[in-house]
Design a protein around this ligand. Structure first.
Ligand SMILES: NC(=O)c1ccc[n+]([C@@H]2O[C@H](COP(=O)([O-])OP(=O)(O)OC[C@H]3O[C@@H](n4cnc5c(N)ncnc54)[C@H](O)[C@@H]3O)[C@@H](O)[C@H]2O)c1
Length: 417
């Protein structure tokens, strides 16, 4: 129940009451073109596919801090106090369940609202009990879990992640290779609930949990919401590559002062984030296909914790370009953004699309939701698709496919027959 989740929850409550606009959400405002360009059919996505209505959403959360939803949103400091007051009772009613937490995975945090148990399997059972009680208490039909917890330390897949049996044995023996976020993911997938990871840590992105998702009919998406500097990077980079403009260097730095910034100040958590942010350019620019344009690219990413800014991040990009006849040019981007304001509508979209996927019988990795992530999950043997515009086309074509509409290829020769 940090900045992203409280901004999502409070935002959904405010929009529901007509007190604020739902800008930035595809499931609220996006349209999808159907058929030929001269047919004039572009319904709202929410009218085209059956999505859960905002009025039907009920929110619950875990956190290591005991603050209720109103207090947590106030601490996050994203939404102004006068606006938060308008949904105060609904937010106060959300009291976080005790968390599965071990400081080994998030060094900069310490809290008291933490579950106790003999081993990680037992903790997962406690999470499952929370889920069932929540479902019963509110008379819910369907659930979705999104990890909006802190970024855990950098971990690589281990033998314990290879199969469900190895994973469960590792939970029983409290193996270090099972992080807290994996315990939540396991609990969700065991319940057949869709799971998305808004953060860059490994979490469900391992063969054991992939298998569990397929076996239990749970759609899965991740990792690391594409907001802020990386969003802009994946908008600008495909454009440069499309025009075959060389990139000699891309230096990205930013300052932020929220709790996420504090957690990322720890080198081990930062490494997880850095890996996620840095992979983007390699995949978009494809240096193996254009070695003289992108092979020597020097890509540097820095995050600096700077408390005075709170959630209002400022990012600077300096891009060293190379043009016709090898002449150098520079592009500077200065983005004054609000991290959680960019992230919250994505969480809403993920909740609705994952719920749709579940009802459509889709399970395992949902590559069509790559649009929302810095490190999109994908099938083994594929490279991830990072280009925002290809990702959007894939997402909309998936919706067309689900509804039996023609896919759109943009060939368009028939208009000139
Ligand atoms: N805001 C963005 O634009 C953005 C973009 C991409 C990714 N993210 C990621 O989303 C995550 C959330 O970001 P935020 O700004 O809300 O951070 P935050 O620090 O405000 O919130 C994280 C919350 O998770 C809680 N937490 C940590 N470990 C937990 C555990 N094991 N169980 C339960 N609760 C736990 C913390 O106490 C905190 O309240 C971070 O990992 C961040 O890197 C954010």
């Amino acid at each position: 129940m940090g900045a992203v989740s409280t901004t999502f929850i409070a935002g959904a409550l405010l929009i529901r009451k007509g007190l604020a606009p739902s800008i930035g959400s595809l499931t609220e405002r996006g349209t999808v073109r159907l058929g030929k360009r001269n047919e004039g059919r572009s319904p709202l996505i929410k009218d085209f596919v059956p999505l859960a209505s905002l009025d039907d959403l009920v929110f619950g959360a875990w956190d290591i801090f005991e603050e209720n939803g109103f207090e947590a949103a106030t601490t996050a400091g994203v939404i102004e106090p006068a606006l938060l007051e308008q949904v105060r009772p609904e937010l106060e009613a959300i009291r976080p369940w005790a968390a599965v937490f071990d400081q080994r995975y998030v060094k900069r945090l310490m809290g008291t609202n933490v579950k106790q148990g003999p081993n990680k399997r037992d903790l997962a059972e406690q999470v499952r009990a929370d889920i069932r009680a929540f479902k019963q208490e509110h008379g819910l039909d369907r659930l979705v879990m999104i990890w909006c917890g802190s970024t855990e330390i950098f971990m690589t897949p281990a033998p314990e992640h290879e199969s469900i049996a190895a994973f469960e044995a590792a939970m029983d023996s409290n193996a270090e290779s099972i992080s807290s976020s994996m315990v939540y993911a396991y609990a969700a997938l065991k319940e057949g609930i869709p799971y998305a990871n808004a953060a860059p840590n490994l979490s469900a992105d391992i063969p054991a949990l992939d298998r569990l998702a397929l076996d239990n009919g749970s759609p899965v998406a991740g990792k690391d919401l594409k907001t802020g500097q990386t969003l802009i990077k994946t908008i600008v980079a495909p454009g440069l590559k499309a025009r075959l403009i060389g990139v000699a260097g891309w230096y990205s730095t930013n300052i932020l002062g929220n709790r996420d910034g504090e957690v990322l100040d720890d080198p081990e958590s930062f490494k997880t984030k850095e890996e996620s942010k840095k992979s983007v350019l390699d995949y978009i620019l494809q240096p193996e296909l254009y070695p003289d344009l992108y092979d020597d690219l020097c890509h540097v990413v820095r995050i600096n914790y700077y408390p005075p800014r709170g959630d209002n991040k400022e990012g600077w990009d300096n891009i060293d370009l190379v043009g016709w006849l090898g002449y150098p040019m520079q592009l500077k981007i200065n983005f004054l953004c609000r991290d959680s304001i960019l992230a919250a509508p994505i969480v809403l979209d993920l909740v609705r699309f994952l719920d749709l996927a579940k009802r459509a019988g889709m399970s395992g990795v949902q590559e069509w939701l790559s649009f929302y992530f810095k490190s999109p999950a994908h099938a083994p043997g594929l490279y991830p698709e990072h280009d925002l515009f290809i990702q959007l086309m894939k997402l909309k074509n998936t919706l067309r496919f689900l509804r039996g509409e023609d896919l759109i290829t943009h060939l368009g020769l028939e208009y000139y027959d």
